[in-house]
Design a binder for this molecule. Structure first.
Ligand code: IPE
Ligand code: IPE
Ligand code: MG
Length: 247
């Protein structure tokens, strides 16, 4: 089935689909707590939902999916929880290789991956290389990602070019900034979804979401589903995006 058929079958308009969806996958801990389970159980179920969302977005023909998996601030969680998240990441990088290849998905990361355990960095490089030429969809996993860190990194790089005489300060444009972020060369998210009912951005894609449509759902990430994503997309397609102008 082509992605247009899948889109139409679910009552969506193929001409109004987002180019880039970003998701703040929140609520794993509370999902587990409600069941009197360890938080890690929530992350495990959350990882299954990640797989489902990647598959769904691919079927929908979404060109870019960006998932917030681990923030710079998340390093401050208990060591055992960070360790469990790294283990899930390791597993994901192995278990999804076939799926990503089969579905023509390019794997990419956003963030300070140099801070991740070394074996995880090696696995990331392997999956990136393996999927480098895939052009069906780009999956960005934000890992050790912080929007402010990304901005500082960009400023340092541009300042370096100015300092060395490779660029005039006056020549800096929005394009220059965008080209020095982790998302260089990618369209900005049209749609940002946060699960778990929190109404905040938590340091995610600060520059890139300037004109994204925001959706907050009370659903906890481990309960998020294809059906809910499709409902959100229907709502998205009804929104009028004015970009400051009048229609
Ligand atoms: C999101 O779920 C996953 C990560 C931040 C890694 P949480 O672990 O933040 O779950 P809550 O917010 O405590 O319920
Ligand atoms: C945001 O969730 C980060 C990720 C989903 C990876 P958090 O649970 O870490 O954010 P806060 O603490 O609610 O801001
Ligand atoms: Mg949370």
């Amino acid at each position: 089935m082509s992605s247009d058929d899948f889109v139409i079958e679910h009552g969506l308009n193929p001409e109004r689909m987002p180019n880039h969806i970003a998701m703040i996958m929140d609520g794993n801990g509370r999902w587990a707590k409600k069941r009197l389970w360890n938080r890690v159980k929530g992350h495990e179920k959350g990882a299954e939902v990640v797989r489902e969302m990647v598959r769904t977005c691919r079927k929908l023909g979404i060109p870019i999916l960006t998932l917030y998996a681990f923030s710079t601030e998340n390093w401050g969680r208990p060591k055992a929880e960070v360790g469990a998240l790294m283990l899930l990441l390791r597993r994901f990088l192995v278990s999804e290789q076939d799926e990503l290849t089969r579905n023509n998905i390019r794997f990419n990361t956003l963030g300070q991956t140099e801070h991740l355990p070394e074996d995880v960095q090696v696995s990331i490089d392997i999956v990136k290389k393996l999927t480098r030429d895939n052009d069906g969809m780009t999956l960005n996993l934000a890992l050790s990602y912080g929007g402010r860190e990304e901005i500082i990194r960009m400023v340092k790089r541009i300042a370096g070019m100015v300092e060395s005489g490779h660029m005039a300060a006056d020549a800096i444009t929005e394009r220059t900034v965008a080209d020095h972020l982790y998302t260089m060369g990618m369209a900005d998210p049209d749609l940002l979804i946060r699960t778990s009912g929190e109404m905040r951005i938590s340091n995610f894609l600060l520059w890139q979401i300037a004109y994204a449509e925001l959706f907050f759902t009370r659903t906890l990430w481990p309960d998020f589903s294809e059906a809910e994503l499709i409902r959100i997309l229907k709502d998205f397609q009804c929104r009028e995006r004015r970009y400051g102008r009048v229609n």
